[in-house]
Design a protein around this ligand. Sequence first.
Ligand SMILES: [Zn+2]
Ligand SMILES: [Zn+2]
Length: 362
Amino acid sequence: MKGTMKAQVFYEAEKMKMEEIPIPEVTDIDVLVKVKNCGICGSDISYYYGLSPVGTASGKGPIVLGHEFTGEVVEVGKVPEMLGLFAPGDRVVVNPVQNCNACIPCAKGETHLCENSNVPGVSTDGAFAEYCVSRYTGLFKLPEAVSYAAGAFTEPLACAFNGLRKLNIQPGDFVAVFGPGSMGMMMTQLAKRMGAGRIVLIGAKNDDWRLEQGKKVGADFIFNISEKNSRYYTDNLEKSIRDVNAGRLADRAIVPTSSNAAFEQAVSISGNCGIIVHYGLPNEDDVFKIPALSFHTMDKEIRSAWLAPLSWAQTIRSIENELVKFDSLVTGTYPLEKTEEAIRLLRTDPGQQIKIQIEVSK
Ligand SMILES: [Zn+2]
Ligand SMILES: [Zn+2]
């Protein structure tokens, strides 16, 4: 499609400009998507503030961010057209972690570690724009009943699901979730559906409102570990968990926050044969410190969960079947013009925000 489009172009830390740029070209393996909803991810915030390098060769802009999106197909490349896979008008959701299917990691199912990956919004232009190209292999049709807004939760929910799958929840397990952000809220809901018995959601500074929202979506217990004047405050999380769990520690703990201290605490509040999943992206110099003897003799297991390999089928079906509700998680919907404002709000007032979406078009 010839012509220009509005796009939010990210240049460098705290510099993003709304510009008129050419509509991206569709190669034989691409599909052009007219963007509807695009969620703002924690990683978008990190990129915007220069806390993490973007995925371009130089690690720098200019690049259009935004990778959690849905839209409508407007142009189909030769290969997907020949295969009869997509047609203009299709409602779709895009898996932004697009693998090559031809390298050894791909062949092992480690598609998130593909040696030739393409990631719209991270390594190539993304969806804080009117149009975005995607490789056809990253595209999925959105079920009829799923709105564009709900569909834009597919990518983060797929990551949450991958983390929970690694947590290996057994029916009735007592599960601790550290961090009442959008990830924690989705994990709380999905963990229940995957068999968790009781869930404790744990927050820190400025988290009381979000903890209360977490309770509304299914957390059985909420604790604030850093604000003394919080009514959910505990200065001894281990004891608080034993108090609500028949004297025992947690069976499982997952840490959807980048706080290293939270991860160490997750290990300490996990009991015998506990599994702890490290989930939030750490900062560059973080190092874990874990008491070795209890880790060994209590037979604990630590795993990481990075991205969402082979998780999309289950995730799309989970959304279609309403296993997770998103309405209360969207604390703001902004037009494309206000992308920068929305990103800043997530950083300056995180205590009142869960997920903000950019509604690029209706
Ligand atoms: Zn994301
Ligand atoms: Zn590959």
